[in-house]
Write a protein that binds this ligand. Structure first.
Ligand code: BG6
Length: 489
């Protein structure tokens, strides 16, 4: 007998910039992702911009910003996969119908900030953008699908990011709060679940991905950005509650489980450091409303000096989140010893764990890690939880109008079993939204060929294809899982 509650929210998740396309339609302004090129497992994505009158490209990570003084530019001879993405902007009715056919109880989506405030600085919102999401939410309500809305998912307005150098100025807090307040007022009664920032800890995770951990200036930038985001998030939580006490606001953490590579005490310390810096620092700030004791040590290590006021500290305390949500794809083994067997996800770099299988993109499949994460975080915060991203990015073979993706079914089955165990052990888990429930552009590599969906979309890495949608085998499997409330896996 499975342990999922009768009102458990089964569904899927996407982000505006990875599905919508229509990047310059309906009055939308440019976001940082609109100047991100396509990459691959071997080639990084780049941001394209001009600096001191010259065209530049620099390696870009999901959520990263431009160098100071740069002006983001769309270049005529580059391919930007997010510009069309999978054209959800025009096809949302068809897609929501397919989600409903699977029996979705919820759909997690994000709002493109630049549809609502094209540059982030306007005093009035863009009506066409507000209308678009109203239509989407009404369509979801038609099928009794509860929206979970990420307010900011790696798509800061380019103009704001340039002006405030990627969250290095308090002006960014005000811009975010104005945007979030507009959403809470506009969609009162249509949306109740809100997530303030997608994978807020990505600012710090980026450091470990680059191996050497970045220099002190990078850490100063990341910690200051995070502080302003924590304050923005805390204010948004308070305003959401004032506007509608029924609102439930969550954080959203990139949930990576760290393991030490050996019993060497240096590895144990490194492992602790990864948990502290990459997971608990952000989780504590948003769930406890204060920085953990170890924050002082982390800042000192990189000579970080933050602009934090007493008012900020009071805001953090007053605006703690109502639920803990996170993405979970993999664990990561860290070691101080040399290793030839290095692997990495979009935000991880570690040693290969001999007990785990890896995807073609080097992501470890580790369902036990999900159980561990759920139980550990529940015990620390005692907040209701949701797994708002999970899934396997793989190359799918499209044949006879479908994909036989038993590998994806296996991955998801194991993770659902892990959630079931965590619930049995006492975790208050309320929902599960698999990532990229319909194939979409990869955030890390910009590829379409890295597919997560239950629904195949005919589009390739060069932007060719009809954009037609086809249910995969996993579509019918997930339909059964939802129908049986997690009983039939
Ligand atoms: C998370 C992001 O990091 O992982 C998503 O929130 C992203 O936006 C997902 O798409 C999967 O990563 P990727 O790089 O395979 O798209």
């Amino acid at each position: 007998m499975a342990n999922f509650s009768n009102d458990f929210l089964w569904g899927g998740a996407t982000a505006a910039n990875q599905v919508e396309g229509g990047f310059d339609e309906g009055g939308k302004g440019l976001s940082v992702t609109d100047i991100q090129t396509a990459g691959s497992v071997a080639t990084p994505r780049y941001l394209t911009y001009t600096l001191n009158g010259e065209v530049h490209k620099s390696v870009s990570m999901p959520g990263g910003g431009l160098p100071a003084g740069a002006k983001g530019t769309v270049l005529a001879d580059e391919y930007y996969p997010n510009h069309v993405a999978i054209d959800f902007y025009h096809r949302y009715k068809e897609d929501i119908k397919l989600f409903a056919e699977m029996g979705f109880k919820t759909y997690r989506l994000s709002i493109a900030w630049t549809r609502i405030f094209p540059n982030g600085t306007e005093s009035e919102p863009n009506q066409a953008g507000l209308d678009f999401y109203r239509r989407v939410f009404e369509e979801l309500r038609k099928y009794d699908i509860e929206p979970i809305v990420t307010i900011s998912h790696y798509e800061d307005p380019l103009a704001l990011s340039e002006k405030y150098n990627d969250w290095q100025d308090r002006g960014m807090i005000d811009a975010y709060v104005k945007y979030a307040t507009t959403l809470f007022k506009e969609y009162k009664g249509l949306v109740k679940y809100w997530l303030t920032f997608n994978e807020i800890n990505s600012a710090l995770l980026m450091m470990s991905t680059f191996g050497d951990g970045g220099d002190d200036a990078d850490y100063q930038h990341a910690y200051q950005k995070l502080h302003y985001q924590f304050v923005a998030s805390a204010r948004a939580v308070q305003i959401a509650h004032e506007i509608d006490p029924a609102n439930v606001v969550g954080n959203m953490i990139c949930g990576i489980v760290y393991y030490p590579g050996s019993p060497d005490p240096q590895d144990i310390m490194l492992n602790r450091y990864n948990w502290e810096q990459n997971i608990l620092y952000c989780s504590d700030a948003q769930c406890k409303g204060e920085y953990p004791t170890f924050a002082k040590r982390l800042w000192a290590e990189h000579n970080v000096h933050l602009d934090i006021t007493d008012q900020d500290r009071a805001e953090l305390k007053a605006g703690t989140v109502d639920m803990y949500t996170f993405s979970y794809y993999m664990s990561n083994m860290v070691t101080t010893h040399d290793t030839d067997d290095k692997v990495g996800g979009n935000f991880t770099a570690g040693a290969k764990n001999p007990y785990l299988q890896y995807s073609a993109w080097g992501w470890a499949t580790d369902p036990t890690g999900l159980q561990y994460y759920l139980e550990t975080m529940y015990d620390r915060y005692h907040l209701p939880m949701m797994v708002v991203e999970n899934g396997l990015g793989e190359v799918d073979k499209f044949e006879d109008g479908t994909v036989h993706d038993d590998y994806r079914i296996d991955y998801l089955r194991q993770h659902i079993q892990a959630m079931d165990k965590a619930i049995e052990n006492g975790v208050d888990l309320r929902g599960y939204t698999t990532w990229g429930c319909i194939d979409c552009v990869s955030a890390g590599t910009g590829q379409m060929s890295k597919r997560y969906g239950f629904i195949y979309v005919d589009r390739d890495d060069q932007g060719k294809g009809t954009l037609a949608r086809y249910p995969k085998d996993s579509f019918y499997w997930y339909q059964k899982v939802i129908q049986s409330n997690g009983e039939e896996l």
